[in-house]
Design a protein around this ligand. Sequence first.
Ligand code: NAP
Ligand code: HSE
Length: 434
Amino acid sequence: MNKGISVGLLGLGTVGTGVIQIIQAHQQELQHQVGCPVSIGKVLVKNLQKERDIDIDASLLTDQPDDVVLNPDIDVIIEVMGGVEEAKGHIVKALHNKKHVVTANKDLMALYGAELITVASKNECDLFYEASVAGGIPIIRSLVEGLSSDRITKMMGIVNGTTNYILTKMSKYGSSYADVLKEAQQLGYAESDPTADVEGLDAARKMAILATLGFSMSVALEDVSVRGISSVSDDDLKYASQMGYTMKLIGLAQRDEGRVEISVQPTLLPNEHPLSSVNDEYNAVYVYGEAVGETMFYGPGAGSLPTATAVVSDLVTVMKHMRLGVTGRSALPPLYDKQLKTDEEMESKYFLRLHVEDRAGSFSAITSLFADHLVSFEKLLQLPIKGENDMAEIVMITHKTNKKTYEEISQKLRDLDVVKEVKSSYRVEGGQSK
Ligand code: NAP
Ligand code: HSE
């Protein structure tokens, strides 16, 4: 190892460029920790002719994956190309060729994490993926090392930088959804297809990874109920604010007596909630452990250098393991069987916005429906709708109820004559609770 470590990169985009910058700029610190120089051996790109944001020797670039994954001089592969099947193929090949792997790819890890970790262990190789969740925040390391002695019962996170950037700009400056999404793309926060960001899938992948590690059970992507932010309107944000709440795309993983719920959805948080003040592309993960109590991890959730920091820190861990001769031994099988909560077991408060006929009896028809289901209100507003004299808007936040009851109420509301439209409905976290 004294000859130095050679790293093969798959991808030289936003994250790959940051990885090379950090390896170059922090060479002294890296050498101090691992005892040898760290160099870039080869870099896979799609388009060899593309202009790069980094000064790199053209002879290091290749468009042939095997020049990297089968290269006998390369010790560690860093996969930052994205996508699933192709990236998986390269990683499996690299592992079979006894190369350690670091990846930032949550799409891949959420789908094939368990399989890849098994291949890595069988080949006595390390496979690390810190950058796959919450960019520069070392949340995976915190769960599997820092909090390893505790039993984690709740994780709640803002784990997608793009949507947090969009919601922040819409709420604070009234910016348009489409304009801010474009900005997030230009800043390198969004995925190549931003649908995964705005429809919540990117956050769902991250929550599946966090729940698997935090609860020590095998949580799959299809166990996460997902809703994105594309239907959040300016009016929803305005009313949330009037009622003392902030809208965030929240990933929730909660365990009660061995049964879990995992979701990603736009959620109203009271303004004083610590996650409410996490703005722009920043991410934060709140973790509750039975022994430690409340902890919170905060930092940049996307972008070139923050994400690359997590990647290169994984590389340092791999290099330390190589030096100690303990590679491929970190992964543990899940301890618990997964049991998902039923809809009756999932409790929450809800925000609901309705357009109703403005006539005697409308209001009481609606409130009676809630009363019949033993659901009461934390806040309730009735307001005129501009330009529509015979219509009114009702905005409410309920006290806690279970998901099954809430869905029954929602259906019955739609069937009421006086209700013209259920404009929106969101989960509400925290605040006064009953
Ligand atoms: P990106 O900017 O789109 O870069 C992708 C790179 O991979 C490009 O250099 C591209 O080559 C290369 N590439 C893609 N497909 C290829 C193929 N089939 N063959 C050869 N090369 C290929 O992506 P990114 O934002 O850096 O993201 C990379 C990974 O990190 C993704 O898994 C992403 O989810 C994850 N991640 C990103 C962030 C972030 O803030 N951006 C944060 C955390 C995790 P060309 O340059 O020639 O096109
Ligand atoms: N597109 C992702 C985000 C990148 O916006 O959070 C970081 O995983």
